[in-house]
Design a protein around this ligand. Structure first.
Ligand SMILES: NC(=O)c1ccc[n+]([C@@H]2O[C@H](COP(=O)([O-])OP(=O)(O)OC[C@H]3O[C@@H](n4cnc5c(N)ncnc54)[C@H](O)[C@@H]3O)[C@@H](O)[C@H]2O)c1
Ligand SMILES: O=c1ccn([C@@H]2O[C@H](COP(=O)(O)OP(=O)(O)O[C@H]3O[C@H](CO)[C@@H](O)[C@H](O)[C@H]3O)[C@@H](O)[C@H]2O)c(=O)[nH]1
Length: 437
């Protein structure tokens, strides 16, 4: 890669910060990473990666010489003119984005006409304008500002960084925007260079649209259950239309993660605060909440009251290939099951440590079969590839009961039934009442 690449700063070493840092190091940049979490920074200096993301540890190790970690902002300011901001923007109680970490970064900047903040964090439309005003009020009018939203997905974050569908740069047409465009140029991605507000909206609208697609297919799945159609077939038939596309049409037990739930709510709030009632997003959120709870009804349909029933959860993370438990469907499910009197045991290949921080009263097991042993029902929550490899006859023999609720439509219903199990998917022909008639 180019040896003539400028050093950059990255503020915040969570998912986005570390992937951005490792990604730019791969492109040849020196990267100065800053975080207020001194424990995290100490760990990173010793090669300890605080998140589980395929390929990240290796990439950071590969570029150890180019990656610098510090709790001191001045280290980044001294070496880099572009400071990528990747701090958290979690939801507040009202659902608005909490911008306190972003504001702390803005306040910590010194007056300068040689630096720019490059916003990777997902922020409400208008945040860039506000920050520029604050800079002016604080006597830092020379500080430049660029919006450069991040679209990576957890589990495939490195690939998403290095092979993005597009790079969006929202700026005022100054040196900072040019420098960001140049930084991303080697990736050869489609570039959308626009104004700051539009760039901010691209991010929120993209997440809201994808979440809408998921809630839509989940509602189609629910109607499939009533009518005897199979949502997997329906999604295939729909997805082959180029205008629709096959992605994000997997019906399941709802979307989770650190982004969709919070960003959909944040866009709804943003619209409301601006005087527009975003009706569609209310439904997207409500459908998602109800979708997680439909598992309980499916269990009750076969088991009756769940008091003292042993339920095994396979997978806890909000999706495979991550240990992220933020807004995972397993959180709602495990608490609803326990409220109904069930005994819950669970297994996840990597998320147990994170799950233990958030889930109480669940018995964590070290293999899928340990969790399944003696269970009245098994619920597939997260479609980790290893679950697709399970020997279904072995599963049946290990269970006390015979019900498999496939929350992600991972299994072939015919194979499950051939193993002597009862199958309940999401919107699958075999789970419809009609099948039994
Ligand atoms: N996680 C994703 O997949 C993803 C993808 C795209 C966009 N985003 C957005 O990117 C942002 C970051 O998300 P994340 O998941 O990486 O967050 P995270 O919570 O994993 O990490 C945030 C980091 O910022 C640090 N931090 C907080 N305040 C700071 C300060 N003042 N100075 C320096 N460091 C500070 C925290 O200690 C933490 O390490 C959010 O706005 C999120 O919506 C996330
Ligand atoms: O067809 C689908 C696709 C996804 N999901 C669920 O949707 C959630 C989110 O999945 P995914 O989008 O793959 O993961 P994230 O890492 O949360 O990535 C989303 O959120 C990021 C943060 O903003 C964005 O950068 C990404 O572009 C956007 O895909 C998960 O619970 C999935 O199980 C479904 O139920 N059905």
């Amino acid at each position: 890669m180019s040896t003539n690449r400028e050093p950059i700063g990255v503020i915040g070493t969570g998912y986005v910060g570390l992937v951005t840092a490792a990604g730019f190091a791969e492109l040849g940049n020196e990267v100065y990473c800053v975080d207020i979490d001194s424990e995290k920074i100490e760990g990173l200096k010793n090669g300890q990666i605080p998140i589980w993301e395929p390929g990240l540890e290796e990439l950071i190790a590969k570029h150890r010489d180019r990656l610098h970690f510090s709790t001191n902002l001045s280290d980044a300011l001294e070496h880099a003119r572009l400071l990528f901001v990747a701090v958290g923007t979690p939801p507040t109680y009202s659902g608005d984005a909490d911008l306190s970490a972003v504001n702390a970064v803005v306040d910590a900047m010194p007056p300068s006409d040689q630096h720019a903040l490059v916003m990777k964090s997902t922020v409400p439309v208008g945040t860039g304008e506000t920050i520029k005003r604050v800079f002016r009020e604080q006597g830092k009018a020379g500080f430049r500002y660029v919006s450069c939203p991040e679209f990576l997905k957890e589990g495939s974050a490195i690939k998403d960084f290095l092979e993005p569908d597009r790079v969006v740069v929202g700026d005022d047409g100054d040196w900072a925007g040019d420098a960001v465009v140049e930084l991303y140029a080697p990736l050869g991605a489609e570039l959308v260079r626009t104004d700051i507000k539009s760039a901010e909206m691209v991010k929120l609208a993209s997440n809201a649209f994808l979440a809408t697609k998921i809630s839509f297919i989940n509602e189609i799945a629910n109607v499939c259950e009533e009518t005897g159609a199979d949502v997997v077939e329906v999604a295939k038939g729909m997805g082959l239309d180029n205008r629709i596309g096959p992605k994000f049409l997997q019906a399941g037990i709802g979307f989770g993660g650190s982004c969709f739930p919070k960003d959909v709510t944040a866009l709804k709030q943003l619209a409301g605060n601006s005087g527009y009632h975003f009706q569609l997003l209310n439904s997207v959120i409500e459908v998602n909440e109800l979708q997680k709870r439909r598992v309980i009804a499916k269990l009750e349909k076969h088991l009756g009251k769940l008091v003292d029933k042993k339920i095994a959860l396979l997978g806890l993370a909000f999706k495979p290939n991550t240990d992220d438990m933020r807004e995972a469907s397993s959180l709602v499910l495990s608490s609803r099951l326990q409220a109904a009197g069930a005994h819950v045991r669970a297994y996840d290949p990597v998320a147990e440590e994170e799950a233990r921080k958030l889930i109480r009263g669940v018995s964590f097991k070290s293999t899928a079969l340990d969790a399944i042993e003696g269970a009245d029902a098994v619920v597939l929550v997260t479609e980790w590839p290893e679950f697709a490899e399970l020997d279904l006859v072995e599963v049946k023999n290990a269970m006390a009961g015979d019900l498999l609720v496939d929350g992600r439509n991972l299994f072939d219903p015919g194979q499950v039934r051939d193993a002597g199990l009862l199958y309940e998917g999401v919107g699958r022909a075999s789970s419809a009442a009609h099948q039994e008639v």
